[in-house]
Design a protein. Structure first.
Length: 456
């Protein structure tokens, strides 16, 4: 069985505690060494005492790591074997795991361009003697990452922190230890200085210890994480996306194609998948048309090439659907098929799509995001304005009226706006996700030296 050790300052380290990583069908897949909270605290203390920082890894080293992640055999796993084990443990369709290979490689290849885009124009280099000018500096040295299990693409975000020069200590999600373990192996093989990378699987107490000890923490999670860490100024919180589409005008096949892709891409597991559609047309008609398309998504074991839906242990899948039922608040699921799960007969079940027709634009469903293709369809009129669209990570405006997009840009809680038939998950090569991460990790300060001729 595959083994995943602790990584402390780039070195595999034994642990007295371990856990078994199981597939969603209960099959044992790997043993995972676990880090208690004390190990987390001591790891960061050791980094501070024994590993002073030098220059950040250069972009070409990170690019090489991305190529290794996509094509190399790392930790004894080929890319194909990684994808199989990842799909089975995380319960994501294997196509999602395969997308992660190209996503990580693409992110690593563009690190240089990303740094250039994020660096303030006035802080492009060291000042000459006699100058006082802007310099771009880290706010700290050590960043902890409290990672999720929903989509391996989330790990592309901390690559940028590595490029800024941070030492990283990663607490992976319980169902996806394989992705950060593989990415760390790729970075170390490419030549990243070992002290910059640590992997400490553990529970909530370990996560709390890392957040307490690190200079800054990147925390992924839902509303519970927001309540747990939201008031900590050292925490950069990546919460639910609650991404949306605003539609006005005719409901055409092309419009429905974009809506379908926005909801269903990567099995609905991205924070930029659409979870609410607001329309000035007939919301029931739209909901039923969308449900017809989503009903074609195939439930299958996650390692199957046919799989298009997330899979959980069967009781967890039923609990997820029971939770949806508890928050429907009168919304009608026009995609309902039985109890909403497809029992795969091996102890696991796929989560079938849900399309919920709502009767008003302020229905609370527009703020509900679940880890499968689940979309709320609500009525909207110009009198509603931007209020129903607030707190949105990605918003697509499908309309002939660009003034709606410009109005959305004026609402600060909407983090990305695209105008036209563009899926909500689309992004540019260096476009911000939820702002640039450097806004929280870096700062501009002033530095200068006396000119050589003025020295006494």
């Amino acid at each position: 069985m595959h083994h995943i050790p602790l990584i402390r300052a780039g070195e595999a380290t034994p642990s007295a505690a371990s856990d078994v990583l199981r597939g969603v069908d209960g099959t044992p897949l790997a043993t995972v060494d676990m880090a208690p909270p004390l190990a987390a605290t001591l790891t960061i203390a050791r980094l501070r005492e024994q590993h002073p920082l030098g220059d950040p890894p250069p972009p070409d080293v990170i690019k090489a790591a991305g190529e290794l992640f996509a094509t190399g055999t790392l930790n004894g796993l080929t890319p194909e074997k990684y994808c199989e084990l990842h799909a089975r443990s995380a319960g994501v369709p294997i196509s999602v795991s395969q997308h992660s290979l190209t996503d990580v490689a693409r992110t690593c290849a563009k690190v240089g361009a990303r740094l250039a885009a994020e660096r303030p124009a006035g802080a492009l280099g060291a000042p000459e003697p006699g100058e006082i000018r802007a310099v771009w500096l880290r706010r700290g040295d050590i960043m902890s990452v409290i990672a999720p299990s929903n989509n391996p693409g989330t790990h592309t975000q901390w690559i940028h922190a590595l490029a800024f020069g941070y030492q990283l200590v990663i607490r992976p999600g319980s169902r996806d230890v394989l992705t950060p373990a593989r990415l760390i192996a790729a970075l170390l093989t490419a030549g990243v200085e070992p002290s910059r990378l640590s992997l400490l699987p553990g529970g909530h107490a370990t996560a709390d210890a890392l957040v307490d000890a690190a200079d800054v923490s990147l925390v992924f999670g839902g509303d519970a994480a927001a309540r747990r860490y939201g008031t900590d100024p050292s925490v950069v919180l990546r919460g639910p996306g609650r991404s949306k589409i605003l539609h006005t005008g005719d409901l055409t096949d092309d419009v429905l194609d974009v809506m379908y892709e926005s909801v269903a891409f990567d099995a609905g597991l991205r924070c930029t998948n659409t979870t609410a559609v607001l329309t000035d047309g007939d919301p029931r008609e739209l909901a039923e048309a969308l449900a017809t398309r989503l009903s074609k998504l195939t439930p299958a074991p996650p390692q199957s090439p046919a799989a298009q839906l997330p899979v959980l242990p069967v009781e967890q899948a039923r609990a997820m659907r029971a939770h949806l039922d508890s928050v429907r608040a009168g919304a009608v699921d026009v995609a309902a098929e039985g109890d909403g799960v497809a029992d795969l007969g091996d102890g696991s079940a796929a989560l079938r799509p849900a399309v919920l027709h709502c009767d008003r634009s302020d229905h609370p469903g527009r703020r509900v995001e679940l880890p499968f293709p689940c979309v709320w369809v609500l009525p909207w009129s110009r009198a509603d304005g931007m209020a129903p669209l607030k707190d949105t990570l990605a918003l697509t405006i499908m309309s002939d009226d660009e003034s709606l997009a410009l109005a959305a840009l004026g609402e600060r809680s909407i983090r990305k706006v695209v105008f036209g038939p563009i899926p909500t998950y689309e992004a540019g090569p260096v476009s911000p996700h939820d702002g640039y991460l450097s806004q929280d990790l870096m700062e501009v300060r002033a530095y200068g030296t006396v000119s050589s001729g003025s020295r006494q």
